[in-house]
Design a protein around this ligand. Structure first.
Ligand SMILES: C[S@@+](CC[C@H](N)C(=O)[O-])C[C@H]1O[C@@H](n2cnc3c(N)ncnc32)[C@H](O)[C@@H]1O
Length: 248
């Protein structure tokens, strides 16, 4: 791996390119590391995220999984008993989509390579949208959330699953030892990438907390914004609804 440490994502211009490069480079090991480093807890979180989408109000609808990566959230939705709709999994790192394609296996999931800041879809196109561990990586969070509002039909929900910093200082202390020391080492060893798994804890610490993200969702145009902390607050699910004419 030949990525220079100075290529770490920054907050300014060029962040999108850098994030795209990281995920393209770790794509072949992403799924393995995801489940190992989260001790498989992510599967439970994904099930909860899909429940929060309330897809059963429109089981035949079209759903968007933004920053879809290797389609774990897309497939969680596609495999729900009674789901009869279709899912578009969109991501700008083509190698992530390519790594996930082998898992689709006849499920109604279509891959689209595109940028979450300029989604290649018309207004009001989707009956619901999920984003798993993606919004933290966006170069412009507010622009990304406004794109979500744009592509959702009125009355539809956006569900965001994202890491957070635990509010309890004892849980936070123990978790930070794991997050700052164990996770980057295991990540480096398994992925072969020198700093991708150092970027992960850094990006979580820099990202707005649950209240901050809730406020940004409201400012972007979502209503009835709520959130639930998961597993002692190491992750959270945020839900917002797009209001507008035609909303049930
Ligand atoms: C941590 S992975 C999450 C993948 C998947 N959603 C999951 O739950 O495992 C973050 C994904 O967001 C994608 N991503 C980040 N910024 C993006 C953007 N501006 N447009 C599209 N995809 C983006 C990355 O390429 C990467 O695949």
């Amino acid at each position: 791996m030949t990525v220079a440490p100075e290529a770490r994502p920054t907050q300014g211009a060029g962040r999108s390119d850098q994030v795209q490069t990281i995920f393209s480079e770790i794509a072949p090991r992403y799924d393995l590391l995801n489940h190992v480093l989260s001790l498989n807890i992510d599967r439970r979180w994904r099930r909860k995220a899909v429940r929060a989408l309330a897809w059963d109000r429109r089981p035949e609808g079209a759903y968007l999984d933004g920053c879809a990566g290797t389609f774990d959230l897309s497939l969680e939705l596609a495999r729900q008993p009674g789901f009869k709709g279709r899912i578009v999994g969109a991501d700008f790192a083509f190698p992530m989509l390519a790594a996930g394609l082998t898992k689709i296996d006849g499920a109604p999931v279509k891959a689209v390579c595109g940028d979450a800041l300029r989604l290649p879809f018309p207004d009001d196109a989707f009956s619901g949208m999920t984003i798993g561990f993606g919004v933290r990586n966006l170069a412009d969070l507010d622009a990304g959330l406004r794109e979500c509002v744009r592509v959702l039909r009125p009355g539809s929900k956006l569900v965001i699953l994202e890491f957070t910093v635990p509010p309890n200082r004892f849980v936070r202390g123990a978790y930070m030892v794991y997050f700052n020391h164990v996770l980057p080492r295991v990540g480096r060893l398994v992925s072969g990438h020198p700093w991708a798994y150092t970027y992960l804890p850094e990006s979580v610490k820099e990202f707005p907390g649950p209240e901050g993200l809730g406020r940004r969702l409201t400012e972007a145009g979502f209503s009835a914004v709520s959130w639930t902390l998961l597993t002692g607050g190491i992750a959270a699910i945020h839900v917002g609804t797009k209001e507008g004419p035609g909303a049930p």
